[in-house]
Design a protein around this ligand. Structure first.
Ligand SMILES: Nc1ncnc2c1ncn2[C@@H]1O[C@H](COP(=O)(O)OP(=O)(O)OP(=O)(O)O)[C@@H](O)[C@H]1O
Length: 438
């Protein structure tokens, strides 16, 4: 399934590829966690599943029916069956309505019950989520964040749904309140037989509640599998990086934190090949540069990141004008960067030979770096980036990786390193960041 925004962009820009070709299923009665950095497309995916957005391509099916093609009674049924709970209970509840009216509203839209039966139903729902009858006449602003989220949950439950997209349902709450709302969601799931898609950027919350977890990066699902197996033995380099940032997690304790360089690329212009290639700690290196040391690659990667970030930001009109006038003042510092990376000893360790940097690059690597730097000096960062990609790119920059079966229980991960031809991603990351085996 794909969901692009601004397809017929007013300015002729590329569309925003918020969700770009995902395929997975959600099993009845399970909680599927959906994790990934802000902006990777989680909310869009949730909304498109529910039919709140039209898919650009592909389809969402429920019990074998394409939900985009439903009409009449079947459509109404789907709209009852599938609900959403939003992240920010403050913004998602209408402050001019009483709690009673908020929870009753979906009933009025869908039910032919009498007014008093609806009132009874609202009392039941309030009770179900741990509120009581006297809350019926209050307004959302009179509640705490946790209580407001309970109201949001009661409203979502009003039509007795089977499936609920929970979009960061506890992210806006205090940690102590989070646990109580999570417990409530778990109890409700058991009592009512609900199926959840639980969206979160907080990986620890998901570990607690999800049966399976899908890891999303830039519009794509890169790894999907049973929660415990993904958390204890992540397969995809992006999952490895995300998990290494959780203090106290299994991976966090025996690996140094994997630093992801730079910011995620724009979904308007995602990298070719593997989406994660530009930041991947386990990217395949082209064999013609086998003789380059690990430290040389680190520094080439660092230069690449600097140029890419500059290419993404330095496009303001003033910058473009300056460049046309030959005043690319901002571009001068590239020589500083190159000197730091390749000419001086950038480690800051006074015991190391200060000339070490100069010998880092082989002749052909040096030539590519120099070509790139020439472009960068003129402020042509995109071209400079292209030179580095051309010279040091690999299969990761050319091919979008297929999903490979990893581990057990149907786990999949989309990384070229899961083929026999290459070393496993976690071995590469371990070597690069060091695992403390003692
Ligand atoms: N209506 C829209 N029009 C254009 N672009 C949009 C629209 N909605 C979302 N986007 C873009 O699509 C991409 C994915 O956004 P989305 O909100 O789905 O990500 P997310 O992972 O849920 O992020 P967050 O955790 O911050 O909510 C982002 O680049 C966002 O700017």
């Amino acid at each position: 399934m794909k969901k692009y925004y601004d397809v017929d962009g007013f300015l002729g820009d590329d569309p925003v590829k918020a969700v770009d070709g995902v395929s997975f299923d959600i099993r009845r009665g399970e909680t599927l966690g959906l994790v990934g950095e802000s902006g990777c497309g989680k909310t869009t995916l949730g909304r498109t599943i529910l039919g709140l957005e039209d898919a650009t391509d592909g389809e969402v099916t429920s019990d074998g029916r394409n939900v985009a093609r439903l009409s009449g009674r079947e459509l109404r049924e789907w709209q009852r069956d599938a609900q959403m709970v939003f992240q920010d209970p403050e913004a998602s509840l209408n402050d001019r309505m009483t709690v009673g009216e908020i929870v009753r509203e979906p009933l009025e839209a869908h039910d032919s019950e009498t007014a008093s039966a609806r009132r009874e139903r609202v009392f039941e729902l309030l009770d179900l989520v741990g509120l009581n009858e006297e809350h019926y006449y209050r307004y959302p602003h009179q509640f705490s964040g946790g209580q407001r989220q309970r109201v949001g949950i009661a409203r979502a439950l009003a039509l007795e749904p089977e499936f609920i997209v929970l979009d960061e349902p506890v992210s806006a709450l205090d940690v102590s309140v989070q646990a109580r709302v999570i417990n409530l969601l778990e109890d409700l799931q058991e009592e009512l037989g609900l199926t959840y898609l639980f969206i979160a950027h907080d990986l620890s919350v998901v570990r607690h509640i999800a049966d399976r977890v899908a890891v999303m990066y830039l519009g794509d699902i890169v790894e999907l599998g049973g929660t415990e197996s993904v958390y204890t033995d992540p397969a995809h380099p992006y999952t490895l990086s995300l998990l290494s940032a959780i203090p106290g997690s299994h991976t966090g304790t025996d690996r140094d934190r994997v630093t992801l360089r730079g910011t995620p690329p724009s979904p308007r212009d995602p990298p070719q090949g593997c989406r994660f290639a530009t930041r991947c700690p386990a990217k395949v290196r082209p064999s013609e540069f086998d003789d380059l040391s690990g430290i040389a690659w680190e520094r080439i990667d660092a230069l690449h990141t600097v140029l890419r970030e500059r290419a993404n930001t330095e496009t303001s009109l003033t910058d473009r004008l300056k460049r046309q006038l030959g005043l690319a003042a901002d571009a001068n510092d590239i020589d500083e960067v190159v000197a730091d990376l390749f000419e001086r000893d950038a480690s800051g360790d006074s015991d190391t030979d200060a000339t070490e940097g100069a010998g880092l690059l082989t002749k052909s690597a040096r030539k590519a770096v120099e070509d790139a730097v020439q472009f960068a000096r003129r402020g042509e960062d995109e071209e400079a980036t292209a030179v580095l990609r051309e010279a040091f790119g690999s299969v990761c920059n050319r091919e979008r990786p297929e999903r490979h079966a990893v581990g057990d229980e149907g786990r999949v991960s989309a990384c070229v390193r899961h083929t026999d031809e290459y070393e496993d991603p976690s071995d590469v990351v371990d070597r690069r960041y060091g695992r403390d085996d003692d």
